[in-house]
Write a protein that binds this ligand. Structure first.
Ligand code: NAD
Length: 364
């Protein structure tokens, strides 16, 4: 567990209780240890990612992270900020595949920016390459040339980087609805033309998966026009960064979005998409569901315990159906004695989840 800063410890605390309960129902005992990352690590030992934290992660089956950052560390130089801890974890643990599901729980359909009928029961998985592409390519920087400054970044992928992320996406699509859409800009960028060639060449090994390709501009349009056409989307680092935020808004709230970052051996780091929310930290207002759903992904992808994952997701669905809402997912004006919606804090949401786990029949 790497609770981190701000609301991180509050949401991780709930998620770990729910994870422990779901695992014990499967006869699995959760051994947990806690490490420092982000601002709390800077305060304690002067660096955002102490080597002991990386060692602790390497010795674990999986990592559950809260969030890092806050205004008190914003004046530090770029290389010593809390967020550097996250980048260090990604590269240090070889987390090259970022999985961002956009799953809409039916009781929250009204929270989407799209019409409810376009998003009801939406279930998309975006697989983003996380350790390559234009965010890491060299040369990079701002240089002087002919008496003016010139900014340079390099968009680069090698075949093995494309192949390993594509294999993750094909495998996942095979376990879902069997549809994989690869997103590129092959009409303009040679590097993504290579991307398309490598992904296409793999398709023969996955006869159960229907592969399609879209240019990124069209993919962005389709995501907001008819998002349910997608099952799994695989794309590079930058396009994935942008498209996963678009897909995120289809589901309404930042407080509901989990993520997984996977390494080649199945090891994974699981975290909510949201940040440390300093504006509500320590006030029992944070929505813990994104972190709880991240714990469900941990069960599914690192522990290979799909029943525990399904139990956690079922408990989330049950508490939402019962009308429990943290403030961020309540519609305006909701929470009156007559509308069946109860506004709750972080801890009460956690307790309701534990109750729902214990009584799945009632939840169903
Ligand atoms: P944020 O996600 O922390 O917050 C944005 C808004 O959403 C805030 O109003 C916040 O109260 C609300 N919100 C976020 N999560 C919520 C939750 N679980 N329940 C209820 N409301 C929630 O983004 P920000 O304000 O841009 O960043 C705050 C800090 O977090 C910064 O230091 C930033 O660098 C850091 N950050 C960290 C991560 C990460 O750890 N992965 C990601 C994004 C931002």
């Amino acid at each position: 567990m790497l609770p981190g800063d701000g609301i991180g410890p509050e949401v991780v605390s709930v998620a770990v209780q729910v994870l422990g309960a779901a695992l014990s129902q499967e006869g699995v005992h959760l051994h947990r240890q806690e490490g420092l990352v982000g601002g709390c690590a800077i305060d304690a030992v002067g660096m955002p990612l102490p080597p002991e934290t990386l060692d602790l992660c390497r010795s674990a089956d999986a990592v559950l992270l809260g969030a890092v950052g806050g205004p008190q560390w914003e004046a530090l130089p770029m290389g010593r900020r809390p967020e550097k801890g996250l980048l260090g974890l990604r590269s240090g643990l070889g987390l090259f595949a970022n999985l961002r599901p956009a799953l809409l729980f039916t009781p929250l359909a009204a929270a989407s920016s799209l019409k409810p009928e376009l998003v009801a029961e939406l279930d998309i998985l975006i697989v983003r390459e996380l350790t390559g592409g234009i965010y890491f390519g060299e040369p990079r920087g701002v240089f002087r040339e002919n008496n003016e400054r010139v900014g340079v970044n390099t968009y680069r992928y090698s075949e093995h980087e494309i192949e390993r992320i594509a294999k993750v996406a094909f495998d996942l699509a095979g376990k879902r609805q069997g549809r994989l859409c690869s997103v590129d800009k092959a009409n303009v960028l040679e590097v993504t033309d290579l991307w398309r060639q490598v992904v296409s060449a793999l398709a023969a090994q996955y006869p159960e998966v229907a592969l399609s390709h879209l240019y990124v501009d069209n993919a962005a349009m389709q995501l907001v026009r008819a998002p349910k056409q997608f099952d799994v989307i695989v794309t590079g680092n930058m396009f994935g960064d942008i498209l996963s935020d678009v897909a995120a808004m289809l589901t309404g709230s930042l407080g509901m979005l989990p993520s997984a970052s996977l390494a080649a051996n199945g090891f994974g780091l699981y975290e909510p998409v949201h940040g440390s929310a300093p504006d509500i930290a320590g006030q029992d207002k944070a929505n813990p569901l994104a972190t709880v759903l991240s714990a469900a992904m941990l069960c599914r992808y690192s522990l290979n315990l799909p029943a525990a994952a399904a139990a956690i997701e079922g408990a989330v669905d049950a508490v939402l159906r019962k009308g429990l809402r943290t403030a961020d997912i309540a519609a305006q004006g909701e929470g009156t004695p007559r509308d069946g919606i109860a506004l709750v804090g972080t801890k009460a949401m956690g307790e309701a989840l534990l109750t729902a786990l214990e009584t799945p029949a009632e939840a169903a």
